[in-house]
Design a protein around this ligand. Structure first.
Ligand code: UDP
Ligand code: MG
Length: 153
């Protein structure tokens, strides 16, 4: 099983879409193993978006992420990193495919509803950045054999 980080961005909190977006991941069959509301700091965001630090929009993107608290969550499943990225859709909501979260809920590059880890390696680093190990739970959902065949897990 893989674990991946999703952040419901301030635009999602402000638009009252928290429940709807969480529901998309739940309905897919991903298992929620950690979730909390937190107000991000510029320092943490500088680490999180370090790959963008040379871009002209670096500060703008960081500032947008701390206009209000966000929801950080950890989702678990087989190939969860790729499954979540596929659900999220392309970065730019305007050309993200319909059926994806960004395609269905966003008209913006910046205000694009969710952050999702882009590789297993990144997911591990990001989960340890946003969660204490004690905030992530180990459990088997009771519907596990309706989610997967026994040779998949
Ligand atoms: N972003 C932006 N303008 C750009 C590229 C990215 O505002 O031209 C923002 C956008 O909110 C995006 C975030 O920076 O989600 C991180 O960018 P990345 O390239 O990692 O995209 P993602 O992995 O979120 O699809
Ligand atoms: Mg990214």
């Amino acid at each position: 099983m893989e674990r991946t980080l999703v952040i419901l961005k301030p635009c999602t909190v402000q638009r009252g879409l928290i429940g709807e977006i969480i529901s998309r991941f739940e309905k897919k069959g991903l298992v929620l193993v950690g979730m909390k509301m937190t107000w991000l700091t510029d320092e943490l965001l500088s680490e999180h978006y370090a790959h963008l630090k040379e871009k002209s929009f670096f500060q703008r993107v960081k500032d947008a992420m701390r206009t209000c608290p966000v929801i950080v969550c950890c989702w678990e499943g087989i190939d969860a990193v790729e499954a979540v990225r596929t659900l999220a859709g392309k970065t730019n909501g305007r050309n993200a495919a319909p059926g994806t979260i960004r395609g269905d809920y966003s008209m913006s590059v910046q205000e694009n509803i969710v952050h999702a880890s882009d590789s297993l390696e990144t997911a591990k680093v990001e989960l340890s950045r946003f969660f204490d190990p004690s905030e992530l739970y180990e459990y088997t959902p009771s519907n596990i054999w309706s989610l997967y065949a026994n040779d998949e897990i």
